[in-house]
Write a protein that binds this ligand. Structure first.
Ligand SMILES: Nc1ncnc2c1ncn2[C@@H]1O[C@H](COP(=O)(O)OP(=O)(O)OP(=O)(O)O)[C@@H](O)[C@H]1O
Length: 337
C-alpha cells in the first residue's frame, strides 16, 4: 500500500430502499484519497457525491444501506483499518470521525447547534478526542478561530451561530472540523450558501490547510471552475457511477468519457477564451428508481453510441497509468488491442 493513501474506496455500493423500490445511488465507486492532495468529486445534482461522502464517514441517511462487496479502508500510519460495512463498527468509526476524518457540510446552520456558543461547540469536539482540560480547550478554540481568519476570536468564541455571518459560520465549521488536526477533510459543497467573494475566501482557507498541514481534501462540487482551480485529482460521477477519473490534467486536457466532454462543453472554463461555444447537455437524468440497464449516460450520449451501451454497463478501463474511463468505446479499444 502506498503510504500516501489515507482512504481507499473500492466498489462502494450504497442503495436506498423505499416502498419496495431500490435506488442504486452509489453503484460500484472506487477511488483513493491521498495525503496532501485535493480530490475533487464532480457531477450534476443527484449523481451520488454526498452519499459517497456519507458512506465514507458512515453517516448514512435512513433507508440506505452499504451493500455486500463494498470496501472502505482507512489508513492510520500505514496501518489499515477496515470496517465491516454490514456490521458498521460504530465505536471505531466514532473514534476516527472528528480526530482522523472530519467533514464540513453544505449548510453550516444545519450542523451548528443554535443554543450553544461557537467556542463551546469547538471545545466539545476537543473534549471527545483530546485530553485537554477546560481552560486548554477554551484557548484552543480561540486559537482555531484565529487561524481560520475570524477577527476578535476571544469575543467571537462566546457568541452564538446566529450572530455570525454565513462565511464566518462556515469558517467556524472548518475550525471545528480541523480542531483535532484530521488527516482527511471532506468538504461537501462547502460554499453553496455563500456569495462569490466569501466562496473564494473559504476555498483559500481549505487550500491553506492542505499546504500547511498536509491534510487530504475530498472536495465535492458541481462547479468545474472550482475543480480546475483546486484539484490535484478528479472523479467525475454520473448517476451513481464514476465515469472518469484521473489527474486534473488527464480530465481537463484529455476528457474521454462522453459525459465529461459534454460537461466541459456546457460550462464556461477560465482560460478557454471568450469565444468558447457553450453547448448544454441534451435530455435529463433518468428516474433514479428506474435506471437504464446499460450505461447510465447512453440515453443522452451524442458522441459514441453502440447497441451494447443500452444493454450492458461498461467496466472501468485504464487508458493510462493515472486515467480511467467507464465507456464501451475504451473497453472495446482495449479488448481489441
Ligand atoms: N435521504 C435520502 N433519502 C432518499 N434518497 C436519497 C437521500 N439522499 C440522497 N438520496 C438519493 O440518492 C441519490 C444520490 O444523491 P446525492 O445527494 O448523493 O447526490 P449529489 O450528487 O450529492 O447531489 P447534490 O449535488 O444535489 O447534493 C439521488 O438519487 C438521491 O435522490
Amino acid at each position: 500500500m502506498e503510504d500516501d493513501v489515507l482512504v481507499r474506496v473500492k466498489n462502494l455500493q450504497t442503495f436506498f430502499y423505499q416502498n419496495g423500490r431500490c435506488n442504486k445511488a452509489v453503484n460500484g465507486v472506487s477511488f483513493d484519497i491521498k495525503r496532501g492532495k485535493t480530490l475533487c468529486v464532480v457531477g450534476e445534482s443527484g449523481c451520488g457525491k454526498s452519499v459517497t461522502a456519507s458512506s465514507i464517514m458512515q453517516l448514512l441517511p435512513e433507508l440506505s444501506r452499504i451493500e455486500k462487496g463494498s470496501e472502505i479502508s482507512y489508513f492510520n500510519n500505514g496501518k489499515e483499518i477496515r470496517i465491516d460495512q454490514q456490521k458498521r463498527n460504530g465505536k471505531v468509526m466514532r473514534s476516527l470521525r472528528g480526530s482522523d476524518f472530519a467533514m464540513v457540510f453544505q449548510d453550516p446552520m444545519t450542523s451548528l447547534n443554535p443554543v450553544y456558543t461557537i467556542g463551546y461547540q469547538i471545545g466539545e469536539n476537543l473534549l471527545y478526542h483530546t485530553k485537554l482540560n477546560r481552560k486548554q480547550r477554551k484557548q484552543r478554540s480561540v486559537d482555531l478561530l484565529r487561524d481560520m481568519g475570524i477577527p476578535l476570536p476571544e469575543q467571537r468564541a462566546g457568541e452564538y451561530p446566529h450572530q455570525f455571518s454565513g462565511g464566518m459560520r462556515q469558517r467556524s465549521m472548518i475550525a471545528m472540523a480541523m480542531s483535532c488536526n484530521p488527516k482527511v477533510l471532506i468538504a461537501d459543497e462547502p460554499t453553496t450558501a455563500l456569495d462569490v467573494t466569501i466562496q473564494a475566501q473559504v476555498f483559500d482557507l481549505i487550500m491553506k490547510l492542505k499546504t500547511e498541514r498536509n491534510t487530504a481534501i475530498m472536495l465535492i462540487t458541481h462547479d468545474m471552475g472550482v475543480v480546475s482551480e483546486l484539484a490535484d485529482d478528479v472523479v467525475v460521477m454520473y448517476m451513481g457511477n464514476v465515469v472518469e477519473q484521473g489527474t486534473l490534467e488527464d480530465v481537463f486536457k484529455r476528457p474521454s468519457h462522453p459525459y465529461t466532454v459534454a460537461l466541459l462543453r456546457s460550462i464556461p472554463v477560465l482560460g478557454r477564451g471568450r469565444d468558447q461555444d457553450l453547448q448544454p447537455i441534451r435530455g435529463v437524468t433518468p428516474d433514479p428508481y428506474d435506471r437504464p440497464p446499460g450505461c447510465q449516460f447512453a440515453p443522452r450520449c451524442d458522441f459514441f453510441k453502440r447497441g451494447v451501451c443500452d444493454s450492458c454497463m461498461p467496466n472501468e478501463t485504464k487508458i493510462s497509468e493515472s486515467h480511467s474511463v467507464r465507456c464501451w468505446k475504451y473497453e472495446e479499444e482495449v479488448n481489441h488491442a
